[in-house]
Design a protein around this ligand. Structure first.
Ligand code: NAG
Ligand code: NAG
Ligand code: NAG
Ligand code: NAG
Ligand code: NAG
Length: 162
């Protein structure tokens, strides 16, 4: 038998997953000379999502586009962004070796403490793949993820009834 303490812990973990946001994946690829950084996440938040894309190179952090901070002037003219319900794509024009570094996608739900979530990826020009069909397919797996998440939720509901 599960003790009530464990049941509550399980339930809390599930609630955190079910009601927080989470960055699921961060990938980078190249379209012509433009770098595309794809940030996929679950948006279960009832409040608007705050985000920040940044590049860290040589220990310096540069904000590329953000709702939380001010983007660096040097990048403003080269960067654009596409946002949908659970997907963000950052485009950086004229990508060169000078833009190599750690790209990070930070998310936060406004007004919800501890909702911060982040992922980062190290990008090297020589190792970049051309953006292909695969990355588009990944976008459509979110329903599968939801299904997987709902399994522990059902189990937790059972505990609650005990
Ligand atoms: C972020 O990118 C979007 C879309 O390209 C742009 O409209 C917006 O002005 C940018 N945000 C800032 C703070 O520069
Ligand atoms: C952003 O830039 C990419 C590549 O230059 C382009 O394909 C896309 O249409 C642009 N999106 C917006 C919203 O300007
Ligand atoms: C996330 O969902 C909330 C509530 O539906 C919405 O207000 C917000 O704009 C969404 N964020 C994004 C990035 O789509
Ligand atoms: C990248 O992520 C790792 C672990 O997820 C973290 O330790 C590191 O500080 C992050 N780096 C940056 C520049 O955000
Ligand atoms: C992903 O799903 C949407 C609808 O949920 C659909 O319109 C789109 O064509 C799908 N994309 C791929 C690459 O299968």
């Amino acid at each position: 038998m599960l003790s009530p303490k464990i049941a509550i812990a399980v339930l809390l973990t599930v609630l955190q997953v079910a009601y927080g946001q989470k960055v699921n994946s961060l990938t980078a690829c190249l379209v012509d000379k433009t770098l595309r950084v794809d940030c996929r996440f679950d948006n279960t938040s009832k409040t608007p999502l705050q985000y920040e894309f940044s590049l860290t190179r040589e220990k310096q952090r540069h904000v590329l586009n953000s709702t939380m901070g001010v983007p660096e002037h040097a990048y403003r003219s080269r960067v654009n962004l596409t946002i949908s319900q659970n997907y963000m794509a950052l485009f950086l024009k004229d990508f060169s070796q000078k833009d190599e570094g750690i790209y990070a996608c930070d998310l936060r739900a406004s007004g919800i403490p501890n909702s911060f979530t982040t992922k980062n990826i190290t990008v090297y020009k020589d190792k970049l793949q051309t953006c292909g069909v695969m990355s588009l397919l990944v976008q459509n797996t979110s329903w599968l993820l939801l299904l997987l998440l709902s399994v522990p939720l059902l189990q937790a509901t059972n505990f609650e009834c005990l």
